[in-house]
Design a protein around this ligand. Sequence first.
Ligand SMILES: C[S@@+](CC[C@H](N)C(=O)[O-])C[C@H]1O[C@@H](n2cnc3c(N)ncnc32)[C@H](O)[C@@H]1O
Length: 288
Amino acid sequence: MTRQPLRLAILEAERILSAAGVGSPRVDAELIAAHVLGVERSRLPMVPLVDPPVVDAIGQLVAQRAKRVPLQHLTGWAAMGAISVGVGPGVFVPRPETELLLAWGLPVIADVTKPVVVDLCTGTGVLALALANERPDATVHAVELDPVALAWARQNAELAAQNGDTPIKLYAGDVTDPQILSDVDGTVDLVLCNPPYVPDGTEVPPEVAEHDPKMAVFGGTDGLDVIRPVVAAAARLLKPGGGVAIEHDDTHRYSVTELLAARRVLTDVQDHVDLAGRPRFSTARRGS
Ligand SMILES: C[S@@+](CC[C@H](N)C(=O)[O-])C[C@H]1O[C@@H](n2cnc3c(N)ncnc32)[C@H](O)[C@@H]1O
């Protein structure tokens, strides 16, 4: 059994992924190799040679990725802040840009003891669980409509609680319901929401079209079907001084800030760009 240089296996994987139109072929090739070897990506240079079964295993996953199966479905996890969550068929894969909501929200509750936090459209539960991990004193409520996504969220939440995080409160519910979470009206310090927001009919990459649930991605003709009621919910849920952050499509820069500004109780309305400089989320604070 002749050992082979890992570097060559990664180069070959990169070539295959590049030809398949994968956006970041080198990164994905390295992450697949790291997953197969069970090491951090940064440790790959410490593994000069690998056995043929390892090369085969890398090749099989690369073949799947070349068919545009999301990398996270192959590795089984996605990261957010200091945590990672389980992902797979039937649930939206958390994206790096959503971490910006978390980064905006944590300072909003930095000086609040035992803050109350709401994550609308929780999917895998990733934002809610990242918040609970960062702020063990917080009460975190998370709402999801899709039963398959909710099952992923339950599984992730149970694992996080077993690992010592404060349990989150998960609800099966529709965030467009005008009564959603009405029990906590006026008591919430932070509302985060990454809703379905892509306008219907928009062309999306195969990873999204074939693997993310449609109800997680598309938000009606203008992409605002879920965002409109979420803005109303945030205005009702927040207590004075509380903050809301809503992720949106890059075509929504002005529409979401307008929706927020139209609520008289909300102030300090701002739009924010993602790491690529595209409009990505809007925020507001509840006035006193
Ligand atoms: C873009 S995904 C975001 C998931 C997660 N927050 C994240 O950032 O990875 C949107 C989620 O909202 C859920 N969803 C869609 N419409 C909903 C509604 N009306 N009420 C509650 N959840 C909804 C979808 O099932 C999906 O899990």
